[in-house]
Ligand binder design. Structure first.
Ligand code: HEM
Length: 496
């Protein structure tokens, strides 16, 4: 019988030197002391000491899978080109590789996946024109509508800086001062706040974006992913039973489904609105605490995404993958939403810190190999290649009459919305903080509404009385029965 050891490649250092003994350090005699010239030992330990990179400040726990997006060539009943010139949507059957990272938001890298928390749903499309990231969540709205409040909402939701415990009193102290959060809280404390796993949840772009066609005309869009596995949620009791024995049930579920060939899929849909302020609506189309009514702005299917390949290495493809709302391709644009601009700064800023300034050179973040990357960016930590500069390595600037890179062709039609106004620090006018939260409360099935009230009462029961009263007041503005039922659960007199 052949020796199985003989077939294995030889263990080496990263210098390519063979390692003859991986079990013992070099010592003076078998009992030590150890010597300091043990190159292999020092390399092994010091690399190990640096094995982790800082975890994400939010969405630290997540799991990645790869797959493909197949376009329908249409947006609803119309050719996709009516609304966007983005190449990935133009023709029926066009396939674009994707990488998706699902995540929880508040817990650390090894925290429970059965917690009540929004779920991140971030998709990187590796298109012919470079990458497009659609960085969404599993709930259609968000807590706040101005990016300047993001550190505050996250500090309130994260553990107390002294006790390191997630404290309901801190969470609801902040939320009671944030009436725009009522819609998101109504989703989050319903069963939708704990999806059964990553396969059985929808996804939403949440913020409003634009699509632009070849004529340079823009529309406002909201993105929706519809799970083809159906939606399933967990009650607090079911979640508690899962996390008693398993912290990573959702990653496990996704990994195992893909391994057995049961590949999950989601249909991408868009809602479309003309690109203006829509004074006829009782909400602002750029407000991410609002949904767009589907009877007025129907969901229009665009294509199907299927996840069919697991990661080969969690660190390289999950910890180091970097998504951002600024990562757009021609035909897909920002809107004027002031959350979106804040997000766009924040993502690449944190990634330069937590992964490094050359994070876009990593294979998981770089565009597809057939997409050219020609830049004059130079140096920085961990730079391991020089981008294409057109053949002359001396010219890392533009313009040059000697060599180098040229600007892209002038036929490019940039979308040029007209913007004018006074510079102010002001809230939006059409806030309407309660109507959609009340509507959501009324349209839930009875069991979901009961569960929402129960979950609210459970956490608010741990809060100071003035915070309870303020939250009940907000809920009463959403719907009389919402406020009354939470107040009854807390043993408070109802204030109208
Ligand atoms: C102004 C508001 C927001 C700011 C400043 C912000 C900032 C951040 C930051 C700094 C990260 C960590 C990124 C990294 O380390 O790679 C992150 C992750 C993430 N955010 Fe936001 N965020 C905001 C709102 C939102 C909203 C509204 C959504 C949902 C639509 C969202 C979805 C996500 C997702 C899915 C991730 C995880 C991406 C991944 O899996 O790597 N964020 N956010």
């Amino acid at each position: 019988m052949s020796d199985p050891q003989a077939r294995k490649p030889t263990l080496t250092t990263r210098q390519g030197h063979p390692v003859h003994n991986n079990q013992q350090q070099r010592t003076v005699g078998s009992r030590g002391p150890a010597t300091l010239e043990n190159y292999h030992f020092l390399e092994k330990i010091s690399h190990f000491d640096r094995e982790r990179i800082p975890e994400r400040v939010v969405h630290a726990r997540g799991f990645v899978a790869h797959g493909e997006f197949e376009a329908y060539g249409t947006i609803g009943d119309e050719p996709a080109s009516t609304y966007t010139r983005a190449k990935l949507f133009q023709s029926r059957g066009k396939k674009t590789p994707v990488s998706v990272r699902f995540s929880t938001v508040i817990g650390g890298r090894d925290s429970s996946e059965a917690t009540r928390d929004p779920r991140g749903f971030a998709v990187k499309f590796r298109t012919d024109d470079g990458n497009w990231d659609l960085v969404g969540n599993n709930l259609p709205v968000f807590f706040i509508r101005d990016a300047i409040k993001f550190p505050d909402v996250i500090h309130a939701l994260k553990p107390d800086p002294v006790t390191f415990r997630q404290e309901p009193n801190r969470i609801f102290d902040f939320m009671s001062h944030t009436p725009e959060s009522m819609h998101m809280l109504t989703w989050l404390f319903s069963p939708r706040g704990i999806p059964a796993n990553y396969r059985r949840q929808d996804g939403f772009g949440v913020n409003t974006y634009r699509m632009v066609n070849a004529a340079g005309e823009g529309v406002l869009v909201k993105y929706h992913w519809k799970s083809q596995q159906g939606i399933e949620s967990l009650t607090e009791e079911q979640a508690a039973a899962i996390q008693a024995t398993e912290l990573g049930h959702a990653s496990k579920d996704l990994y195992e489904a893909i391994e057995r060939g049961d590949c999950p899929s989601w249909q991408l849909n868009v809602q479309i609105m003309s690109d203006d302020e829509h004074p006829e609506l009782d909400f602002d189309p750029l407000d991410d605490t609002k949904t767009w009514p589907e009877d007025v702005f129907p969901l229009r299917p665009v294509g199907m995404m299927t996840l069919n390949r697991n990661v080969g290495n969690v660190h390289n493809e999950n910890e180091q993958i970097a998504f951002g709302t600024g990562v757009l391709v021609d035909g897909l644009e920002f809107s004027d939403d002031k959350m979106l601009v804040g997000r766009t700064f924040s993502y690449s800023d944190t990634q330069r810190y937590r992964v490094g300034p050359n994070y876009l050179q990593l294979p998981v973040n770089a565009p597809r190999p057939d997409v050219q990357v020609n830049t004059n960016q130079d140096g920085g930590q961990m730079s391991y290649r020089v981008d294409n500069r057109g053949g002359n390595p001396h010219v890392n600037f533009e313009p040059s009459s000697v060599a180098g890179l040229a600007e892209a062709d002038e036929s490019y039609r940039e979308y040029r919305p007209h913007v004018s106004g006074q510079l102010v620090r002001a809230p939006i006018e059409r806030q309407n903080n309660y109507a959609q939260a009340g509507e959501r409360f009324r349209t839930m099935p009875d069991w979901e509404r009961d569960d929402l009230v129960k979950n609210m009462v459970k956490l608010l029961g741990q809060c100071d009385k003035h915070i309870q009263e303020k939250m009940v007041w907000h809920f009463s503005q959403c719907d009389e029965a919402y406020g009354r039922r939470v107040a009854e659960g807390l043993g408070l007199a109802v204030s109208a």
